[in-house]
Design a binder for this molecule. Structure first.
Ligand SMILES: [Zn+2]
Length: 158
């Protein structure tokens, strides 16, 4: 991170209670600047403060995607991609790197079972092909989301 002059509180206490979303008050997960730089719209990116630490809010009902310790927020309309946690539509990606939407996972699970999807994505991850930090708004690996979606998808035609 580009931190020549970090805020003392932010640098020393990254997990203190100030890591709560200013809108929904749930705690957010630290996210690297590269994720915001990759996924913010040009207009939103112009408001980014690179010396600050940002967190990701994963609450579905909250429109805030990123927030800083100082209360700056970026919402779903500030990103160039839809956010899996914020949009329950089936056309939304679960795996951003390899383009698996909820619908595609559901279809494949119905035809081949959940392990086929999980194995395919795991194979790419192990081969070092994933770029979650620049593709996925949460800034980290999608596999947990893929697994929970694939394993809870009801198999209509077993
Ligand atoms: Zn929130």
């Amino acid at each position: 991170m580009n931190c020549c002059c970090p805020e003392p509180n932010e640098a020393n206490n990254p997990t203190i209670t100030t890591g709560r979303c200013p809108q929904c008050h749930n705690s957010g997960k630290l996210v690297d600047l590269i994720t915001l730089k990759s996924l913010l719209t040009p207009i939103a990116l112009a408001e980014l403060n690179p010396e600050q630490i940002y967190r990701f809010c994963s609450e579905t009902c909250c429109s805030v995607v990123y927030f800083s310790m100082r209360g700056q927020t970026f919402t779903t309309t500030d990103l160039t991609v839809p956010v899996f946690q914020k949009d329950l539509d089936e056309k939304i990606p679960v795996c951003y790197c390899f383009g698996w939407t909820r619908q595609q996972i559901k279809t494949t699970v119905e035809q081949q079972g959940p392990q086929s999807v999980i194995a395919s994505i795991t194979h790419h991850i192990q081969a070092g092909r994933c770029g979650c930090e620049v593709n996925n708004p949460q800034g980290s690996c999608c596999l947990a989301n893929v697994k929970s979606w694939a394993l809870t998808t009801p198999i209509v035609n077993p």
